[in-house]
Design a protein around this ligand. Structure first.
Ligand SMILES: [Zn+2]
Ligand SMILES: [Zn+2]
Length: 386
């Protein structure tokens, strides 16, 4: 049995040498050796191919495995898929699933709380990006009580126990073997092994640093998380972080079809192949409700900042009227939810289906009314500009 007792915590801010050396030396080696080898020797097509493949492989291991499967349970997975994600995520050298998920759940629960959030952006860009790992901080102490489900998972526990062997095998053994097989030993090792590792590290770290600073907050401004399509490109979808912090149980981070969210597509493909099931989505109504809530908040702020507007009183009254209607729609939706629960208890299958049908229609109507209201509030906010 693996010893789950966390390392004894001595003092805030004591240097963590194993992590500092691993991250520091791989970074230095990568920025010197990879360009040097590329210029003097050149990389083969094999080296580039393996580089791209392992970038995606490890990125998906972290995003679809560590993050969306194990930290948030946004879908259920076939054991074959869990094994694949355990190996792919382990290859990214970001600690075992158990430790990663335990810290990440605390990050969500206590986001922006400098004393609790392991990588709180309140302590600055550097700290949230990488600084939190380089020294021992009380907020980084792993509490395994937050991952009781994972402690019961055989694959997760196997990975936790054999983490070091897995890291060495996938980061040293595998690139060397592949390089030897295709006749470009150093090229594959440096580009697909070392360069890929460091790039994947910092792309992931950007989610904790940049995605908590730079971007829009369309769903909530109660925490620092941002939506940023640019960050989403190289984090395979994790850049839609504002949405994710509000709706962490959704297997998608970028919800619209054109949002670049590779992990969402990978999970959908896995589900198509029978490797994933029960993909969780936030009901459309809740998403609209959150957006409209922000729309109201911003329109009100805009109006309050502009009391000289000649139509101020009229606009504010209209806004309050819209808000009352919004609250009414929410009440109606809550009532429908209760009816839905009742309908599911209905004994006769035929009448159950009929009831569900009527309810689904009513749900769609409520969604539609929120959509229309969003347009009206946007128009109102535009008028508030004067
Ligand atoms: Zn976050
Ligand atoms: Zn998360």
């Amino acid at each position: 049995m693996t010893n789950l007792e966390p390392k004894a915590f001595s003092k805030e801010g004591v240097r963590n040498w194993p992590v500092t050396l691993t991250l520091g030396l791989t970074f230095l080696a990568a920025i010197i050796l990879v360009p040097w080898y590329g210029i003097t020797q050149g990389f083969s097509a094999w080296a580039w191919g393996f580089f791209v493949f392992f970038m995606l492989f490890t990125g998906v291991g972290i995003g679809s495995g560590y993050h969306r499967l194990w930290s948030h349970r946004t879908y259920k997975a076939h054991p074959a898929w869990e094994w694949l994600m355990a190996v792919a995520g382990g290859m990214a050298v970001q600690n075992s699933i158990l430790i990663w998920a335990a810290r990440h759940r605390v990050h969500h629960r206590s986001v922006d709380d400098d004393d609790k959030d392991p990588y709180s952006i309140g302590r600055g860009f550097w700290y949230a990006h990488v600084g939190w790992m380089l020294r021992d901080y009380r907020s980084g102490q792993v509490d395994y009580k937050i991952v009781p489900d994972l402690k019961k998972n055989k694959i997760v526990m196997w990975q936790h126990k054999h983490y070091l062997e897995l890291v060495l095998l996938t980061n040293v053994g595998l690139p060397m073997l592949l390089g030897w097989m295709v006749g470009d030993f150093w090229g594959v090792f440096l580009l697909a092994g070392l360069g890929r590792l460091v790039l994947n590290h910092h792309f992931t770290f950007f989610i904790n640093s940049l995605a908590h600073m730079w971007g829009k907050q369309p769903f909530t401004d109660e925490n620092s998380a941002r939506d940023n399509w640019f960050i989403a490109i190289f984090t395979y979808g994790e850049g839609y972080h504002n949405y994710h912090h509000l709706f962490q149980n959704d297997y998608r981070n970028g919800i619209r079809w054109f949002n670049i969210d590779l992990n969402k597509w990978v999970i959908a493909c896995a589900s198509f192949l029978g490797l994933a099931s029960d993909l969780r989505r936030t009901p459309q109504f809740k998403i609209l409700r959150a957006r409209l809530h922000m729309d109201f908040k911003r329109a009100r702020q805009r109006l309050e900042a502009d009391p000289a507007n000649p139509r101020w009183k009229e606009l504010l009254d209209t806004l309050e009227g819209e808000y009352a209607e919004y609250l009414g729609t929410i009440k109606e939706w809550q009532n429908l939810q209760m009816e839905k629960v009742q309908a599911s208890k209905e004994k006769l299958q035929a009448s159950k289906e009929k009831l569900q049908d009527t309810l689904d229609r009513s749900f769609r109507e409520l969604e539609k009314s929120l959509q229309m209201q969003r347009k009206r509030v946007a128009l109102l906010a535009a008028q508030a500009y004067g």
